[in-house]
Ligand binder design. Sequence first.
Ligand code: ATP
Length: 206
Amino acid sequence: MRLGIFGGSFNPVHYGHLVLAEVCRETCGLDEVWLVPAAVPPHKQGVEMASGKARLEMLELALAGNEHLRPSPVELDRGGVSYTVDTLACIAEEKPGASLFLLMGADSLEDLPTWREPERICALATPIVVRRAGSPEPDFSALAPLVSAERLAEIRRWQVEMPLVELSSTDLRQRAAAGKSLRFRTPRAVERYIETHGLYRVSGEW
Ligand code: ATP
């Protein structure tokens, strides 16, 4: 089984996330992709966010009825700062025999060496580096100190390109705070959830 892991804040989930996950699933023949909201993202410590429960519920609504894309509470259940290496180790134990893939934007590739135990991350899972259409070729040299030349060549082969979806959670939060429309930026059920729960109404209080 090929299992893709896609971590993020998902504060809230939007179509950029969903297109990325689906393009990787299709291109790389993944059986499942798990979207994993972070309890506390390492690079967003001290940043106010919607609750983990709300972010997970929005993912559940966005993915309802999809057989291949699933939300995973693994990091929320663990709590504390969410390190990718811990998540991959936990999933590897839960799913012995599965080949794990780590979905990441090309922007995150440059940061990977600064993550906790990057060598172990690359051993536990094969990074699938996603390039947005029109962006330059990802710089895989960041991985050179972490993996063998053969492994680096293999990781390069898993590179995926996705169409440019110019959305970010920041943009959605700002729109919600300004009372602007979220229609067609996130699934309708997520839009309704944000309205019903009054999420992101006050600028900066997330
Ligand atoms: P924020 O605006 O709050 O920083 P975000 O929209 O970047 O959030 P995250 O949940 O932090 O969302 O995203 C997780 C990963 O999803 C990011 O590392 C990024 O690579 C990818 N991603 C987010 N938005 C897009 C998009 N529009 N197109 C492609 N990839 C995206």
